[in-house]
Design a protein around this ligand. Structure first.
Ligand code: BTN
Length: 256
C-alpha cells in the first residue's frame, strides 16, 4: 500500500509495517536530521502512546496510526490551538470523505455519538523560547473496534466503520487524512486558520452545553462548559457562578 499512498499525497512518507510508536519514530528521524515536513505511518504499533503516559492500543490492522513532524520555528505560545485545529481539520476531512461529522472533544479526542474515534498526541521540544521539533500523532479507528473487542472498550471506543456502516479502504483514508493534515499545518503555520476555526469550532465542539468534570492533581472540579478562549483554554462556570479556566496540560476531562 505504501506506493499508492505516495502517489496520493505529497508528503515525504515513511511507511512501516510495524514500529514501537510513530511519534517516537518521528522523533528519532528528527534527531537524525530528516528533512521536514515528513509523515510516519505504521501498520501496527507495539508501544503506542496516549496523553499522560497512557497506552494507545494499536495492534488492530484496521485502524490508522500516523505522525506528522515539523520544525515550526515559532514561539511555543503560538502552538496552543494547534491540536484543536488539527482535530477540527481531521473532522472536516472525514466529513468530506464519508459525510460523518466527528466532534472534537477538548483537548485531544475526536468523538462520534459519544464514543472516541480518534486520539491525538502533540509533542514538542523547544530551544531558548523557540520550538525546535514538533510531532503531531493521530490514531484513527477506521475499520477496527469490531464485535470481538471487549464490551468495556466498545462502550467508549467507536470507529468510522461503525459510524457509516461500511468498511473503508485504509489506503485511501490515510491519503485523504495525510493531505488534510498537511494542509492544516500549512494554514496554521501561515496563521491563516483563525477564520475557519472560529466558524467551524462551534459546529464541531463535543462539549457544548455539557457539564464536565475536570481532574486536577489535587481533586476534581465539576462545572458547566462555557467553551474555549482564543488560546484554546477551557472555560468552566463553577457551581458558585465563578468562571475558571484550564490549560490542556493541567487536566483530564470526563463528561458527566
Ligand atoms: C490519546 O488519546 O491520549 C492520544 C492517543 C494518540 C495515539 C497516536 S497513534 C499515532 C501516534 N503514535 C503514538 O504513539 N501515539 C499517537
Amino acid at each position: 500500500a505504501a506506493h499508492l499512498l505516495r502517489l496520493a499525497c505529497p508528503a515525504n512518507l515513511h511507511f512501516l509495517a510495524e514500529t514501537d510508536s510513530t511519534n517516537t519514530q518521528a522523533e528519532r528521524l528528527l534527531a537524525e536530521g530528516e528533512h521536514t515536513p515528513f509523515v510516519v505511518v505504521a501498520g501496527r504499533q507495539t508501544a503506542g502512546r496516549g496523553r499522560r503516559g497512557r497506552e494507545w492500543f494499536s495492534q488492530d490492522p484496521g485502524n490508522l496510526t500516523l505522525s506528522l513532524a515539523l520544525r515550526p520555528q515559532l514561539p511555543p505560545a503560538r502552538m496552543q490551538t494547534f491540536t484543536l485545529w488539527m482535530g477540527l481539520s481531521t473532522s472536516l476531512a472525514i466529513n468530506e470523505l464519508c459525510g460523518v461529522s466527528l466532534k472534537v472533544k477538548w483537548p485531544n479526542d475526536l468523538h462520534w455519538n459519544g464514543k472516541k474515534v480518534a486520539g491525538m498526541l502533540t509533542e514538542a521540544r523547544s530551544d531558548s523560547e523557540m520550538l525546535r521539533d514538533l510531532v503531531f500523532g493521530i490514531g484513527l479507528n477506521v475499520n477496527g473496534v469490531t464485535d470481538e473487542y471487549p464490551p468495556e472498550v466498545r462502550r467508549v471506543a467507536g470507529s468510522l466503520r461503525e459510524a457509516v456502516g461500511r468498511v473503508f479502504d485504509l489506503n485511501e483514508t490515510a491519503a485523504k487524512l495525510i493531505c488534510a493534515l498537511q494542509k492544516a499545518c500549512d494554514t496554521f503555520l501561515e496563521d491563516c486558520y483563525r477564520e475557519t476555526f472560529r466558524e467551524q469550532w462551534p459546529l464541531h465542539d463535543a462539549l457544548t452545553g455539557q457539564e464536565v468534570t475536570v481532574s486536577l492533581a489535587d481533586g476534581e472540579i465539576v462545572g458547566e462548559y462555557l467553551g474555549i478562549d482564543e488560546t484554546g483554554t477551557l472555560r468552566l462556570r463553577l457551581p458558585d457562578g465563578q468562571e475558571r479556566q484550564f490549560a490542556a496540560g493541567d487536566v483530564t476531562l470526563r463528561k458527566q
